[in-house]
Design a protein around this ligand. Structure first.
Ligand SMILES: [Mg+2]
Length: 378
């Protein structure tokens, strides 16, 4: 079955509360949605997200759309859909980098192939190992009292018992106090981790991680800028608390270097960083071979992108640090008629054909910046 068309939309969807990170506070999350249609009119859908324009990483939603429309789509139209792996290999020969763009295209192809075979996407990725996975929540309201309230409420609801704190913004020492207060408040009922999002220099990291380790933090994510590989190695050597590479861990080649030189000792997976679901499997295999722990990361995708992450995470053997694919719980609305299910501190892996998500086209039209403009080009 041949591929007939590729449509790329940029959507902005509001969040239920401001979500404060080191570099940006999210009040509406920007996502890129891909629709790939075959000759029979069947559609595959997928989503990637970016955070804070170009402030989190160099990829922006505008660049993702432009590069797909201009440089990737021409290599896809008219190709045999079942050859999705070959198509992406050919794209990799003519388009460098652009992992987010490659990911959203590959995922839409996989959704469509799986739907046309009437099987869940994870069956094309080796089959699932997990029916559900542990789900962390990010406490990022920017207020200690509110965060403690939120953590206690989610423990009571059995929604989350792993809490990640975004502590890259503001005074590092006040932020360490903030973390220690939250650990004291939740006690041994929950695991608390921190994500610095590259905000510290090495001296600050040494001071702060010592206090965080003594206070019972169970993991420190990307404390240093991506370029400071050797600093990450020194922190990993010095501290017992696990040091996770996230923003530095993109391509399979990056992750190989990180594991070889121990620029950290655990990895946050994100299909968009790696360039798709198949590349995510390769990254996971490298980490597994090096004895690195894995974390099922999120770029804060809505239900559609979260379902794609869940499909590949379900096929990966172990997540020492659980997952954080909580995106749908942070969005005020969704573009699918299906909802992701959460139960007993875990996310349930969707079981329907493809990623198990039916699209709500009216919602896509409502939130898309460019829906009618895209149609006018046809
Ligand atoms: Mg992170």
């Amino acid at each position: 079955m041949m591929i007939r068309s590729v449509d790329i939309y940029i959507l902005d969807i509001p969040t239920v509360r401001p979500h404060q990170l080191a570099m940006h506070t999210i009040t509406a999350q920007s996502i890129v949605v891909a629709r790939i249609t075959n000759e029979a009119g069947q559609e595959g859908w997928s989503e990637v997200a970016t955070i804070g324009g170009a402030s989190y990483g160099e990829g922006t939603v505008e660049a993702i759309k432009a590069n797909i429309d201009q440089y990737i789509t021409p290599h896809i139209i008219g190709k045999e859909l079942a050859d999705f792996s070959k198509i992406m290999f050919e794209v990799s020969k003519v388009v460098r980098g652009n992992n987010f763009a490659k990911a959203v295209v590959e995922e839409a192809l996989i959704d469509l192939v799986a739907k046309s075979k009437n099987v869940p996407a994870y069956e094309l990725l080796g089959g699932k190992i997990h029916d559900s996975l542990p789900l962390a929540w990010t406490l990022a309201s920017g207020d200690t009292g509110k965060d403690i309230e939120e953590a206690k409420e989610f423990l009571r609801q059995k929604r989350h018992k792993i809490f990640k704190l975004k502590i890259g913004k503001g005074d590092p020492f006040k932020n360490v106090d903030h973390v220690l207060k939250i650990i004291a408040a939740v006690g041994d009922k929950a695991r608390v981790t921190v994500d610095v999002n590259q905000a510290w220099d090495e001296t600050t990291a040494n001071y702060c991680i010592e206090k965080l380790q003594a206070g019972g933090v169970s993991m420190v994510e990307q404390p240093l800028p991506t370029w400071n590989y050797e600093g990450m190695a020194r922190l990993t050597e010095r501290f017992m608390v696990p040091i996770m590479a996230d923003e530095a861990a993109n391509s399979v080649q990056d992750v190989f270097q990180i594991t070889k030189h121990r620029y950290g000792n655990c990895i946050a997976l994100k299909p968009c960083k790696h360039g798709g679901l198949l590349e995510t499997k390769k990254v996971a295999a490298i980490a597994e071979g090096a004895g690195f722990g894995l974390y099922g990361g999120t770029m804060i995708e809505s239900s559609l992108g979260t379902a794609a992450c869940a499909a590949v995470y379900a096929t990966i053997s172990e997540f020492e640090f659980g997952t954080e694919i909580f995106g749908p719980l942070l969005f005020k609305d969704r573009i699918t008629t299906d909802e992701i299910q959460f139960e007993n501190f875990e996310i349930i892996i969707p079981d329907g054909p493809g990623f198990g998500m039916e699209i709500d086209l009216d919602k896509v039209k409502h939130y898309a910046r460019d829906y009618s403009y895209s149609l006018s080009l046809k």
